[in-house]
Every structure is written in C-alpha cells, then in structure tokens.
Design a protein around this ligand. Structure first.
Ligand code: KG4
Ligand code: ZN
Length: 346
C-alpha cells in the first residue's frame, strides 16, 4: 500500500512536457500535459458524424480520417500549450488496444516527431490511459483505489495498488457496458453513439417501470450484459406500446445497479481508500450520481473525472505516459501497435 502524488513532486525543476496522441478508435486527439497532471491543452476531434449513418465505427473510414485530422489537431494542442517542437520533452501515443489501422496513424506520427525532435517515444496502453484519466484531476491520490473501467470495448474492475501495478478483480464475460448501451439504443432507434442518447432519454423515463434482470449481481466481480440486452429486445417486442423513455431508464438502471453494487463490494473487500470511474460510460449521469452517493455513504474518496476525461482523449494518454516513462523508460522505435493489448495485471 502506498501514498503517492500524481504530480510527481518535482519541486522547482522545469516542467516536463509530454505531447500525447490518441487515435485508437474514432476520436483524433492530442494533448500537452506537464509533469503528468497539469493539462496545458487537450484537443479532441470526434469522427462521430462520419460513422453515424453506418450505425457504428467503420475502421477504414476511421484510419483515413485520422490521417487528415491528426496534423491540425496536434498543431492546435501545441499552440494552445504555447509550445513548439523544441519545448516537447517526450511524445506518447496509444499503442493498443484498438483498431489497428487507426492505432498505426497515431503511433507512426508520434515516433516521427520523437525522432525529429530527439526526445523519447512512449507507447501507452489505452486501458491504462483510461485509469489515469480518472485520476488526472486529483493531485492527492491515496492508494489502493478500485477503478470501475467501463467503455465501449471493456468493462473491468481493477485495483490500482501502485502506479503501473494493477490487479484485475473481474471483467465482462460477454458484452461491455458501453456496447450494451449502443446495441439497445440501436434497437430502440436512438442512433449512434447510443450511450449519450439513452442517458438523455432516461431522464424523462421511470427507472422502476420494468424490472430488467441484474445478471450475476451476487456472484463475484465478473459482469454479463448480453442477457440484459436480449431481455430488453424481448420485452419491447412483446409490449410495443411501452414508452421508450421508460425502457431506456429501466435498462440504464439495471446496468448502473450492477456496476455500482460490484464496485462497492470490491472496495469493501480489499479495503480500498477510494473508488474511481473511468471510460466512456463513466460520462453517464445516473452512474455518476449513484457512484458518488456510494462513495459518500461508504466513506471512500471519490474520483469522478470530468466527462471530457472519461471519453477518449489524449490528456489521459500523457498522464499514463509520464508514469510509464518513469517506471519503464522510453519505448523502442521499432515497437508496433497491438490491437489486442491487455491491461498489464498481476
Ligand atoms: O472510452 P470510450 O470513449 O471509447 C472506448 O474506448 O470504447 O467509450 C465509448 C463508449 C460508447 O459505448 C458510448 O456509448 C459510451 O461510452 N458512452 C456512454 C455515455 N457517453 C459515452 N454510455 C452511457 N452514458 C453516457 N452518457
Ligand atoms: Zn477508450
């Protein structure tokens, strides 16, 4: 068990600026972060409009869009931070998991800049970056912290024991929470991406209207959301006149119930000092409210990042890169991208 500062305690030394790039999926992002926690700039260009008419991300379109969008996004991040290439101390990029073509755009650009400027390149795991996104605004970090990482591709309960040292308590055995939001939204005709659409509509509905199943609620730390998705579809087909807002609110309530119950139990079981929310689904209004209530009730430090730090961004990549660089040094320039990269867990 350790106590540490995300800021790194560098005293009077000149700030260490990391330029980070994130292109693992459909956001083209760049950020400059000083000493791992002071965000000088964070620019995100979303490709949502390009993919919406296909109902999901089209990998080939995503990688081509990254090629076009990355140079202006990087330029804007540098200008906003008041830096030119000379002031950058390291360049980081997400190396996985994600869409391989999209990853390679960011990784190649980051390596090229690192080479030209003669500074280290740091390859960052996207999941580790999400963990740091949750802690970015929190200089006073007391470990261990239980992190509920809920995104479009992942749903995990992770114990952060120290920087770079994680323990996986549980994960989804089928769909990720964000995937369930997106699939249910698509079925309800709410468009893409589904999470924000369900979030908005649920505010007008009754979360107690339909008692959807809470799978594996009392069993360990793993999750399952595929049965819930099927249950929503079956229910709506049987009762087509149901108010869509009630379906959205009841579905969201079932997801949030399971997520908060398990995170809370995990924090109690391991004697955590705090709980953190990470990943795109952490932007969900109901999840944020219930998560915060649970932390207050259980006397836990709550790490509830701003919505912009939950969904994909490059500031979280820079924060993770700061610790990666300290713990493991630079990443060799011949290292590639890995679309199936896992979180390095004990
Ligand atoms: O972390 P993220 O931006 O990308 C991945 O790494 O997957 O997460 C995207 C996921 C999508 O499934 C999206 O529907 C979901 O996060 N999401 C939300 C909300 N905002 C984004 N889910 C529920 N409520 C939201 N407000
Ligand atoms: Zn993500």
């Amino acid at each position: 068990m350790s106590e540490s500062q995300t800021g790194g305690g560098d005293g009077d030394r000149a700030p260490f600026y990391i330029l980070a790039i994130e292109t693992s999926c459909d956001e083209t992002a760049a950020a400059v972060v000083a000493n791992g926690s002071a965000v000088m700039s964070s620019v995100v260009s979303s490709q949502v409009d390009l993919h919406a008419r296909f109902g999901g991300v089209v990998p080939e379109i995503a990688s081509r869009a990254h090629v076009e969008l990355l140079p202006p996004v990087v330029a804007e991040a540098l200008v906003e931070a008041g830096l030119d290439g000379d002031g950058v101390d390291a360049v980081a990029a997400t190396v996985g998991p994600g869409l391989v073509g999209s990853l390679l755009v960011g990784v190649s650009a980051a390596k090229a800049m690192a080479l030209v400027w003669g500074v280290p390149f740091v390859g960052v795991n996207h999941l580790e970056a999400h963990l740091y996104g949750a802690l970015l605004e929190e200089p006073d970090l007391r470990l261990p912290v239980v992190v509920l990482l809920v995104s479009g591709g992942h749903t995990m309960l992770v114990v952060m024991e120290d920087h770079g040292r994680y323990r996986l308590l549980g994960e989804t055995i089928d769909d990720a929470a964000g995937e369930a939001f997106d699939k249910v939204a698509r079925f309800l005709g709410l468009g893409y991406p589904g999470g924000p659409a369900i979030d908005r509509l649920a505010m007008e509905g009754d979360p107690g209207a339909i008692a959807f199943p809470r799978a594996m609620l009392d069993e360990g730390y793993d999750f399952s959301f595929s049965g819930l998705k099927t249950s929503v579809i079956t229910h709506v087909r049987k009762e087509p006149d149901l108010a869509v807002a009630d379906v959205a609110a009841s579905f969201q309530e079932a997801v949030v119930d399971v997520l908060v119950t398990k995170a809370r139990r995990a924090a109690r079981d391991i004697g955590a000092r705090g709980m953190a929310l990470a990943g795109g689904v952490a932007a969900n209004s109901s999840l944020r409210e219930r998560f915060l209530d649970a932390c207050i009730e259980d006397g836990l430090q709550a790490f509830l990042p701003a919505r912009a730090n939950c969904t994909d961004n490059a500031a979280m990549v820079a924060a993770a890169a700061w610790w990666r660089l300290r713990l493991a040094g630079p990443t060799p320039l011949d290292a590639g991208a890995d679309p199936n990269l896992r979180l390095p867990v004990a």
